[in-house]
Structure formats: structure tokens, C-alpha cells
Design a protein. Sequence first.
Length: 547
Amino acid sequence: MPSLIVTSGLLAGQVFSFSDVAIIGRGQFSEVRLNDPTVSRRHAQIRRNGQHYELRDQDSANGTFCRGQRVVQPVLIEDGDELQFGEVKAVFRSASSEQPSLAPLTLPAEGSTRARTAVSPQEAQAVAAGAAMGLRDLLTRLKLFCDLGALTRRRQDLRELLGLALEAVQTAFPQTSRAAVYLQSAGGEHLAALAQRERPGEALDFPQIEEFLKEALRREHGLNVIDAAGREALATRLRASVVPAAVLGMPLRLGDETLGALYLDSAYVEHAWRAADQELFAGVAGLLAWMIASTQGQAPERTVEAHDLALARRIQQRFLPQSPPTVAGYRFADSYAAARVIGGDFYDFFHFRDGRPGLVIADVSGKAVSGALYMARLSVQVRTMARHLGGPAELLAGLNHKLYQELEPGMFVTMLAALLDAETGTLRIANAGHPAPLLHTPDGGVRELGEPGALPLGAMADTAFREFAATLPAGGGVLFYTDGLDEAHNAKKELFGKERILRTLADAGGSAQGMLDALLAEIARFTAGEPQSDDLTLITLSRDPGR
């Protein structure tokens, strides 16, 4: 199995294994996900070509390089080649060496000296005890699968089902201190515990659980550490002062979709499970993934062929910006996560008629297919119109005229458009029924920008859109978002709400990436694996201190 080993930056040391074809990028659905701002959403592709592998650039903003040369046409790559995606360097390996080969078992030939040697009573007793223990372990593992299979047939709350499943795992492996199921949320940037079971007084404080699981998710067969050598290597990679005596992370996969991870640890007992049990845990993870998907996957698009949905998802990703823009003295960061396979949120970066940078962020009222189709239509209209117009209000007026004629009855689009004057730090903003952006000032304050927006696009033919200006101070930042943020909910149906957004931004500082990371981490903690109820799009913009 081929793999990429990252050799530079914050991702150095991480290993990404994949099958015969993989998209390398920053996007939610990339098989090799490099979360670095210099990497495009769909940056490059590696595909098997006969007995070789081929590297293609996917029109990335910062280029793909092989052996120091920029990739313009597809090139064949070989084992050990140094590749570069934006500023991230990696080494390509054509076959994974992680899975050890098993030596064949050699039995003594009939009639050999060893076969004729008499076995002592002590040896016979040891063999019998070992056989009994092996049979007992086998029966325990079979019972675990029977118990999990019975749970998959129950109609019950997902958290309760997963809790019972984890209890069954702990019964089969009594030296396990903690067992948990983590789900990916908010575009896969973070993991949140959906269900967890701990033995009283045994669980060890291990703050790097999320980092450990992210590394496990990059490996085809997960990550299993059960001895001192493995703990030492893991502690070095995670910069962890304490690591449990045994720890396991196993991806929860359903087809080509990764839903989350199974986590186990044993606080003080090495070899709490055997190395060979990794295959068993892969089977357990498969049952848990099916349990999650069958409980949460009752949406209408589940009836559509999986292949068609996967294709639609990849096509939709191409309509979104592959990389944030580069503006001297400013930083952008963005995140997009559809609530379903495809979504109706939209955002884009472009230039107005005078060359100044602009952006839009929008939410189409339809869900799934209908919202995605209008989202694709918007992407074409925005870019076509913006280059001939002078500012945000003109853009919204032009789009409103078009959408009023095209939208189905009852459908509408909320949208916010902005223009940045990089010389003065002035933002010109027009709003069509969209959540107002939030300004983070260098003194730690957070406030809304502008007045309540006008009617959404497509609601009335002659809507007038007002434009207002605000200054982005040096060291300050702005958040643009869709209502999937404040309307996200937890298991108790409590909303994330505006107050949590304001508190999170106030604590995050004014950098674009810092604000984005803080919000994604907090919403993952708050929702704790609860499924998204709406698409979630975040754009952050910051102005460098002293600019």
C-alpha cells in the first residue's frame, strides 16, 4: 500500500496511507489531508498507472513539485521521491512497510528426533493450560461479536447503543481502563467523544487523545501501542509527558467514508490486549461504524447510489475556492462542512472592477441536491458579475435581479458581500438577510459590524441594498459565518448561540487561523459528536499587527 511521509512543518513525521488513487489537499474529502494554508483544497492527485504511480497537479495555487521540479504535466513517481505540495514536503513510498509479514509455522517432520522425544508432564501441563487459555480467549472474542451484532438490531438512542457496545468491549478486555467512540465534526478538523466508558479511578489523564486519534486515522489499520518501545516513540511524536501503558486508535470506516475512531487505553497494564487483536478491533470498528451510519443515516439522499453522491460531492468541491487569497498585510482562513454529503452553503473570493479583493458568503434555503444546484449556479454568476461592478451593494442588486427570475417559489438566498481596501484597512459590506460579521479588536473586544441586513436575495424584485464601511484595525480580525454555527446543537438540543461565539472569539486573539481553530475546537466540544443540522461555513480575515 503506498504512503506519503511528511518531512517538513508542523505535520512532519505523519504518515498517510492510501489505496490506488488519492486526492492530496486541504479539503474535507481529501484522502490525504494536509491541513496547511499553502495547500489547496484539491491540490494534487496520485494514481496507480500500471505498475507505477502517477502524480498530477490539480490547478493548485502554490504548485506541486517532484524532485524539485514543478509538476505541469502528469509525471511518474518512484519509491523515495521527494514531493512538495505548497510548502509541505513529503517522501513517497510505493509500498507500506507498517504491516509485518508473518513467518510460516514449521512443524517437525514425522519421525524426526523432536517428534519422537517424550514430552514431560510439566510440558504437557503447560501446553494444555495454553490451549485452554487460547480457547477461553477465542470464546470471549466470539461472544463480543455476538453481543455487538445483537446491539445493531436494536432501535435505541445512538449514545446508549454505543455505550453498551463499549461495555461489551471492556468485558472482553477487562484490563481496559477507558473505551470511547469519537466522531469527526465540523469538516473533520476535530474529533469529539460521542460515547465513553471509564473504570472508576483507573483512567489516566492523557490530553493528547485527539492528536493520537488523528494519527491513527491516517493509517489504514489504525495505531496500536502496547509496550514500552511503542510508548516512547509515541510520546516523542506527540510531545506527551505521559502515555497510557497500552493505547489503541482504530478508524470507524464505512466504504470510503471515515466517520470517526474507536479509542481504548489501559492506564497501567502493558499488553492489555495482544498485537494480533488489532484485526479483531478492526472488525469491532466496522460494526460500530455501521451502527452509527444506520442510526444517523436516514436522510433521503441515502437512497441515491453512493457512487453518484461521491461524484456530486467532488464536483461541488470544485466550485469552492481551492485556497484563500493572498493579500499583503492580511491573512485569510476558511472552513466548509456540509451537513449532508452535498450542501447549500457557498463562498468565494474574487476581485471587483478596480482590482480590489472581495468575498461573498451565502446560504441557499434548499437542502442537499436543490441547495447544491443553486450553489453551483451562484458561483458562476458571482464571478461573472463582480469583475464588472464597483462594490458589494451593486453585486447584491445584480444577483437579486437574476435570482428573483430563476429561484423556485419559496426559495431564497441569504448573502453577505464585502470589499477590502488593503491600503486603508476599510471593509465595505452589504448584507442580504445574512448573519452580520463579527469584528475582533486588538483590545479583545468583539462586536457586530453593520445593521440588520435587507431581505434575502430572490425574495422581492426591487430590494434596495445598503452599503456600510468599517475599519479593520492592525492586529484585529473579522469572522464571516453561516447560521450553521450559532444554530449548532448538542444532545440536549441546546443551541451553540451567539454568546458562545463571542466568548470564543474574545479568547482566541485576532489572527485568522487562531480564530478559525478556536471556533472549530469549541463547536466540536459543544456538540460532542451530535450530527450537524445545517451546513457550516467560516471565513476569517485578520490584519497584521503594525500594518
